[in-house]
Design a protein around this ligand. Structure first.
Ligand code: GLY
Ligand code: MN
Ligand code: MN
Length: 486
């Protein structure tokens, strides 16, 4: 009995940076070996992040970080696969001594060898090396240097992309292949060390959300909540917010990715807090929606219950081998029934003419009226990116032990939804039936998002912040009372 207590006490005393295990060097080497095994023969060329132009903190690009563990900006990585085994070479940029006084002295090659286990050369040696490799006729596998997978197709003017373009112009016979799909499939399976970092990121996020619940009160500004969470994400040794915090109150609660966070919150409103700490580069992603006054109104309560039931229905479907479609459809069905019951649609299966009609042939649910109130996916993988790609169920359509993912149903109600509808007879009929009810629930935006890992027996809920209506209200009731006016 005494040992667990002692352990808990010791954990409290330990510096938080030691709480979670970092990724061992051998794991980085194993990742490179796995990539090499999938390629068989070729040359991997990867570019890391650039030094920021301005005063931002450089953040290594997820794919580069995954493969090398090297966090300094302005590096490239080359690995020759096939023939003689190559562990890969890092190419780093020398820093002008005056600049180093500002940005720090970059590690030398022996420090790099010790820190990341890679041979380092200076960046000017990159082109001659690649020139000679191009002459071998081996295909080149590129890891382009986009910021996040979500914006990969738009992010085409990066250093890596322009390097590859001009290199290809000189070596027209060269065959470039995309290494991202291979690396992404490796990233999908999380190691115990990765899971430990994710658990820590999620624990910090939960602590922050609980603290926010005990602080929120009418008159507070959204940015005060953001600041409180940022403090919680940093003072615990976390990287800070893994993505821009979404703190949306009142009308802002109905915008999925609102992030101006500059509105004063009023009694009677809900506030959506969609936030995630980073820890060791790994991102949590948790959402809680709470009433600014501490008590949900009957309308908010009704919507919250539907969202929570949708999430619970999806959770119940997940176990090893269970289907992604069952998870997705179970939540959507609860939302469809719920919004129909509230009179926000003409019926569970009722359809309309959405502004995104062209999407309906591939995804018929996009033409159902209930989709209007939750026009986003149910969840995604998390890892080095908050939207880790591909989703863990990609390809198989099923969940597998070790999958780490979110489930995040929401319902967002605003008359603006009716205003954006094309003026068609079908939409006019729908609007005539539902407008009054939409007005009744105006600006109620509720999202609940949690993080999970699939276990051998089912599902482990990782982000255990207060979640049921009564739990949220109870946490908020722990707020210190304002001092009585004198
Ligand atoms: N935080 C963004 C998302 O939930 O997808
Ligand atoms: Mn989120
Ligand atoms: Mn999410």
């Amino acid at each position: 009995m005494r040992l667990p207590l002692l352990r808990t006490f010791a954990a409290l005393l330990l510096p938080t940076a030691l709480w979670a295990q970092a990724i061992p060097l051998a794991e980085y080497a194993a990742r490179r070996d796995s990539l090499a095994a999938r390629i068989d023969s070729g040359v991997v060329v990867a570019f890391g992040t650039r030094s920021p132009v301005g005063f931002a903190r450089p953040a290594q690009l997820p794919a580069f970080r995954y493969l090398t563990g090297f966090l300094e900006p302005d590096a490239a990585f080359v690995m020759v696969v096939g023939g003689e085994k190559s562990g890969g070479t890092l190419f780093t940029e020398a820093r002008d001594p005056r600049r180093a006084l500002y940005d720090g002295f970059p590690p030398d090659s022996s420090t790099i060898a010790r820190q990341v286990g890679l041979t380092a050369r200076s960046l000017p040696a990159l082109v001659p090396m690649l020139d000679s490799l191009a002459a071998t006729g081996l295909p080149f596998y590129a890891l382009r240097d986009f910021e996040t997978s979500d914006y990969a197709s738009q992010d085409s003017l990066t250093r890596g992309a322009s390097f590859m373009r001009s290199f290809s112009a000189r070596h027209r016979e060269l065959e470039w292949r995309d290494a991202h799909p291979i690396l992404d499939s490796l990233r999908t399976r999380k190691s115990p060390a990765e899971l430990a970092l994710l658990r820590r990121a999620i624990a910090i996020t939960v602590e922050g959300l609980e603290e926010a619940m005990r602080a929120i009160r009418p008159g507070m500004w959204e940015y005060e909540v953001e600041a409180l969470l940022q403090a919680a994400f940093r003072r615990t040794g976390g990287d800070g917010a893994a993505f821009v915090s979404i703190i949306g109150s009142g009308p802002n609660s109905t915008q999925y990715h609102y992030h101006a966070n500059n509105r004063r919150m009023l009694a009677g409103e809900t506030v959506v807090m969609d936030v995630g700490a980073g820890y060791g580069g790994y991102a949590a992603d948790v959402t809680r929606t709470v009433p600014v006054s501490g008590r949900f109104t009957p309308e908010q309560r009704a919507v919250y219950q539907i969202v929570r039931q949708a999430q619970a229905a999806a959770e119940r479907t997940v176990k090893p081998g269970s289907s992604y479609a069952a998870w997705r459809d179970s939540a959507r069905m609860v939302v469809a029934r719920g919004v129909a019951r509230l009179g926000l649609t003409e019926g569970v299966d009722a359809t309309f003419d959405p502004p995104w009609a062209e999407q309906c042939s591939a995804n018929p649910v996009a033409c159902t009226q209930s989709f209007l109130y939750m026009a986003h996916g149910l969840g995604h993988g998390i890892g080095l990116e908050v939207h880790d790609r591909p989703h863990p169920w990609y390809g198989t359509g099923t969940f597998t032990v070790g999958d780490v993912f979110t489930t995040e149903p929401g319902i967002y109600i605003s008359t603006r939804l009716l205003d954006i509808l094309p003026d068609t007879p079908k939409n006019r009929a729908m609007i005539a039936k539902v407008r009054r009810n939409v007005e009744r629930y105006q600006n109620v935006g509720i999202r609940i998002e949690d993080d999970y890992v699939v276990t051998r027996t089912g599902l482990e809920w990782l982000s255990q912040a207060p979640r049921e209506l009564v739990e949220v209200e109870a946490e908020m009731a722990r707020r210190p009372r304002p001092a009585a006016s004198r």
